[in-house]
Design a protein around this ligand. Sequence first.
Ligand code: FES
Length: 236
Amino acid sequence: MAQDNKETEESDKSRRTFLKAMGIVGIGVLAIGSLRGVIQNIIPPLSNAVSSFPTLTIVSTSGKPINTTDIQVNNPTPFLFDYPLQNEPNFLLRLGDINNKDMAIKSVKVNDPGDGNSFVSAPGVGPYNSVIASSAICQHLGCVPPKIEFYPPSSSSFPGKIHCSCHGSTYDPYTGFSIVTGPTQHPLPNTQLSYDSSSDTYKVMGMVGPTIYGHINDLSGGSALPSTSTTQVSSS
Ligand code: FES
């Protein structure tokens, strides 16, 4: 009988110890839970926001950097690449004359009637200073390729221009993607490129001119690109 009482006491003691331990764990979990709420209020959740223009190597779908010979002069279906955010297409153009001979593209002053400002366009890069880029999102109401297209200089319609078939806006890539015809009130944002002659490769590193259509800021209102070192081309 004395032995039974002793076993019962020990059993009660173990149960109390277990319940006490569970109580401490429960309080700990609750404390961590509420602390997490406090921390989350102090530190905003991470987002996909980009704080500055990334510098990215322009690569093919296989991941190989694009070389000059990959970019056809006056290609009516030019390469497209996303920049500075996902789903923001840009034209990659290698401009030439009517005989498809490379033409050096100089910086020019471009007027932006939509906001009364002007900017200095991005110059051509590459061995012939003929490779340039711009946003491929129409500045009127945001149509994208194939609605907005490049027409080579030999084309019978819109020769040497970028034309948007949605409402007829036309831009001149030879003069900083300036406006040729409305209804757009803004030129196409110029995409800044750099060229490494030792490797014959191209990088994209920023934008100049008006803000990309549909955005308050070029670096917000979308998601960051999946890679922090490259952006892939596709054909328009
Ligand atoms: S969206 Fe391009 S002209 Fe209207």
